[in-house]
Design a protein around this ligand. Structure first.
Ligand code: HEC
Length: 117
């Protein structure tokens, strides 16, 4: 996505290859820094966030959308509760998730919505 944006802008303003390279490098560095900061803030929760997101999109949108994770009176306030809810909803969805998959879902939900430390 970053590559596409940078390339598009480079073409539209017609910068030289050298300027374009420096600008692209800056963008890549900022993107990497952002990713690093996010990763570090919730490093306590292990798991594969991107895999969790794919699992969520494939299995978890039938009964509720993501608004339940952000509603003011949401039920989940600890990582333990989040894990149990994911397992419970997994059963409700008639899915048997492995413990790794549950962990990846917890990681995704926490990084994206709950931010429990
Ligand atoms: C069979 C229907 C169903 C499916 C499928 C489902 N859920 Fe749920 N989920 C619920 C219900 C019902 C609630 C409770 C909603 C309420 O209290 O209003 C809930 C609530 C939640 C909450 C708590 C929200 C809060 O208040 O903090 C989480 C987290 C959650 N679900 C995760 C998942 C995940 C992850 C999946 C996919 C594995 C999933 N759900 C699939 C029915 C489902």
């Amino acid at each position: 996505m970053i590559g596409l944006t940078v390339r598009g802008q480079g073409r539209s303003v017609g910068r030289s290859i050298v300027d374009f390279g420096a600008e692209a490098m800056k963008r890549i560095l900022f993107a990497a820094l952002g990713a690093w900061l996010v990763a570090n803030a919730y490093a306590a929760v292990p798991g594969d966030e991107a895999h969790g997101q794919r699992l969520l999109q494939a299995n978890c949108t039938g009964c509720h959308d993501s608004s339940v994770y952000t509603r003011p009176n949401r039920m989940i306030h600890s990582l333990d509760e989040l894990k149990h809810q994911v397992e419970g909803c997994g059963h409700a969805a008639k899915k048997e998730f492995s413990s790794t998959e549950v962990q990846d879902l917890v990681k995704h939900l926490n990084d994206r919505y709950y931010h429990i430390q």
